[in-house]
Each structure stands twice: as C-alpha cells, then as structure tokens.
Design a protein around this ligand. Structure first.
Ligand code: S6P
Ligand code: ZN
Length: 202
C-alpha cells in the first residue's frame, strides 16, 4: 500500500519514511527472506573446552558444524533501545554421552532480556544465575521462553533432528562468553538409558 504525501487525507501529517526493506520468515525452516541477514556457524572446534568427555571430543571432526545462527541487526550493535532478531539451528549429536549444545552466554548488559521461541525439534533451555543455580526447561515447537537479562542461557538438542528456535534480544545486550568458557554451567545434560538427564556439574 502506498500513501501519497500531501494528499488531501493526510495534509499536515508527518509521514514516516520506511528505511527498512520488508522481510518474510519461513518459521519452521529457520529462514529469513529478503533482508541482509548475517549467518555464522559454530564448529566443534569453537566449543572445545565445554564438553565433559575430552577423549570423545578429540575423536570427532573439529570442523563439524554444531549450529548456525542467522541474524538481522537493523541497528548498530551496542546502540541503545534497538532489537535484534535471529534464528539458531542446532544439529543433533553427542560428544560421548553429552548432547550437542550452544556455547551459552550472559548478556554483557544484565538489564537486557531475550525471548526464545521453539519451532522444531526437542531441546532443553538451561538458565543460570550468578550464583550458578541452573534450571532446565523443555523447548519444543510452540514453546516461548522469556530469559531474564541477568541469566546465562544455553540450549541443548536432546532430540534426533535439528532444533530450531527464534530469538529476539536487545541491540545493546552484548555477549559475555568468558565466564561460561571458563566455568561452564551448573548442570550438564547427558544421555542415560536413551533419555536426557540433567546432572549437577558442581
Ligand atoms: C543472542 C541469542 C542467540 C544466541 C545463539 C547462539 O543473544 O541468545 O542468538 O547467540 O543461540 O548461542 P551462543 O551462546 O553461541 O551465542
Ligand atoms: Zn542471548
């Protein structure tokens, strides 16, 4: 729909000039169509210190892509008050008995929350506070998760198909990976008798 400036219907109104191209989402496929989305991939090698079973880790191909993130950042990272939008596609698999997972991070700005929304697969969302108290919540198609700004977050794929979830977060949330890289989460998700179990890592 076009609105003609200075037509008799809107005389005197200030029109907003759209400065962003329209976008379409293919929700279940994790695709964004018609925008300059960025794509990044995390390989096993990028996740080296995170898995428990070192021998099992080194037996796998370090070039294996564990997950991809497609994101749209319509404003500069770090600018106050904007929103980013993205999708993560996390492959199924295990390192020994431990399921494939995202690196996990705190937001640099602990006042910046985030939404996650599951669209395919079966996962667990781990959240951790600064006292290392960790909880796990099921992610499936249709689940929506509000992540408080002060909580670290990691997603674990406990199913046998790619886990796909969309996310919306603040453009000035930032990423703090260091604490997770060094100390991990307070719990891990391992397979026992064919089922995922959450075990304390303290
Ligand atoms: C960003 C948001 C997600 C993750 C993505 C990968 O705030 O939480 O887009 O970046 O799921 O996880 P990670 O821990 O490698 O950034
Ligand atoms: Zn985040």
């Amino acid at each position: 729909m076009k609105v003609a400036p200075n037509s008799s219907e809107n005389q005197g109104e200030r029109l907003i000039v759209p400065d962003l191209a329209p976008i379409r989402l293919d929700w279940p496929a994790g695709a964004m169509i018609g925008l300059p989305a960025k794509e990044s991939a995390k390989k096993l090698a990028d996740l080296e210190p995170l898995f428990l079973d070192r021998a099992a880790f080194h037996a796998l191909d370090p070039e294996l892509v564990v997950y991809r993130v497609r994101s749209w950042t319509p404003v500069q990272p770090g600018s106050e008050g904007g929103l980013f939008w993205g999708v993560t596609i996390l492959e199924p698999g295990k390192v020994g008995k431990e399921y494939f997972m995202t690196h996990g991070h705190f937001h640099s700005n602990p006042t910046r929350a985030e939404y996650y929304c599951g669209v395919q697969g079966h996962g667990l969302l781990l959240r951790m506070d600064h006292q290392r108290s960790t909880s796990a919540e099921e992610m499936r198609s249709g689940t929506l998760h509000y992540i408080r700004g002060e909580h670290a977050h990691r997603v674990v794929n406990v199913g046998d198909e790619p886990l796909i979830f969309w996310a919306c977060w603040g453009s000035d949330a930032g990423y703090n990976y260091g604490a997770i890289r060094e100390h991990g989460f307070g719990a891990r998700v391992l397979e026992r008798d064919g089922r995922p179990v959450v075990i304390s890592d303290e």
